[in-house]
Design a binder for this molecule. Structure first.
Ligand SMILES: [Zn+2]
Length: 288
């Protein structure tokens, strides 16, 4: 899309770094406890995207999430330890082609990896941090509360692998929500305004993980876009207030209620999850 001269957002695009097949119970809704479906489900969804969103702001190029690392399918020791390998194999079937890297996808959109100034991580799971090895020149933004989950005993039990995250040479920026004073964002009263102009605002949307962030992109005279990471795997389930099979359901329900309340201000807001097969076409319609 081309922004109007006054619109700080020049373009918003999405690409997928491979595909993931999940258990339908993982997408949800399900009444089964996570260990039950994780160990017993024999069903898998069709391949779903592992999305990375690209926001070209006049002050810099921003990624929201960084996708899956190709090494996760080529390096047998990417997930250290036999138990972790087994859990990951039960959790998801990942497929990546050589053309699925962040660099190759950016090149198809006309950007170089060096153009990326900031990468915001919705959370620290492997399918969202996979581009970090090629982003040592960029600022990496994550919520402080998500970063703090690295300190819990055995974070890999929560799908968080320090070796893929806390790598040498990365420039981290740990953010905490601040009062925004923007009534349009109610019932969100706090957030993090990335460019200090209200066009890209990070909102705290925990539930999938304790420190998960969403990114609200506001364009002049256009419906806003809400990139929600893994708050849901399907925008229709979020609209219905139905949590996925892998989250804190109580927290997720209350966050979904807040997100859905943003529609009082913006009935046309496009909700764009990381693994929703409908995200790419919904974005295409929103920027047409
Ligand atoms: Zn994910």
């Amino acid at each position: 899309m081309g922004g109007t001269p006054t619109d700080p957002i020049a373009r918003v695009a999405v690409f997928s770094t491979g595909t993931v097949r999940m258990h339908p119970e993982h997408v949800g809704p399900t009444r089964k406890p996570t260990p039950v479906w994780l160990l017993t489900s024999r069903r898998w969804t069709e391949p779903r995207p592992i999305n990375v969103f690209v926001v070209e702001h006049r002050d810099g190029l921003v990624l929201f999430d960084t996708g899956q690392d190709p090494a996760s399918v080529t390096d047998p020791d990417y997930f250290p330890g036999r138990a972790n390998k087994l859990v990951n194999a039960r959790m998801a079937k990942i497929h990546l082609d050589p053309s699925d890297t962040v660099e190759a996808n950016l090149a198809r959109l006309g950007y170089r990896i060096a153009d990326v100034g900031t990468a915001v991580l919705s959370h620290l799971h492997p399918d969202h941090v996979g581009g970090l090895p090629v982003l040592r020149h960029a600022n990496i933004v994550v919520s402080r509360s998500e970063w703090d989950t690295l300190q819990v005993p055995r974070p890999q039990m929560r799908g968080i692998y320090r070796s893929h995250i806390d790598m040498p040479g990365l420039t981290w920026k740990l953010i905490t929500p601040e009062p925004l004073g923007d009534p349009d964002l109610a019932p969100f009263h706090e957030g993090y305004d990335l460019f200090d102009d209200g066009s890209v605002v990070l909102l705290s949307t925990p539930g999938h993980t304790p420190g998960s962030l969403s990114m609200l992109v506001r364009r002049t005279d256009r419906a806003p876009l809400l990139l929600v990471g893994d708050l849901t795997y399907d925008a229709r389930l979020l609209a219905a207030g139905q949590p996925s099979g892998l989250c804190d359901k109580r927290v997720t329900r209350s966050v979904m209620e807040k997100v859905n309340a943003l529609r009082y201000t913006w009935p046309d807001m496009a909700v764009l999850p990381a693994h929703d097969p409908g995200s790419a076409s919904r974005l295409a319609a929103a920027v047409a």
